[in-house]
Design a protein around this ligand. Sequence first.
Ligand code: FE
Length: 128
Amino acid sequence: MPKTEDEWKKKLTPEQFHVLREKGTEPAFTGKYCKNKGKGTYVCAGCGAELFSSDTKFESGTGWPSFYAPMAKDSIEEKKDFSHGMMRAEVLCKKCKGHLGHVFNDGPKPTGLRYCMNSAALGFRKPK
Ligand code: FE
């Protein structure tokens, strides 16, 4: 796994680098997984860690791929984020500490959570 930001820059596309390493947000409705309804596993675009199952993906109408639960609680990390005048919980990949998006309390059942992710921070693996 890359150790320095320079190494990350070489490994990732500019868009992936901006989101994962600079905590950027892709414009709504532009990401490649926003409308993806296929069955499979969403992985970290940085390190390949398995993060979300298509089984927990739902149409949030926000323009970002949204999930109501991570595949495993310990695959992600949550951090309070006070930027942009809001109190939000930032979601990071636990393994590579890449920024994935935010989690909100207005999601559907059964968790009531909405993991609002950036497509650029994700990869998609179809079931074998
Ligand atoms: Fe990662």
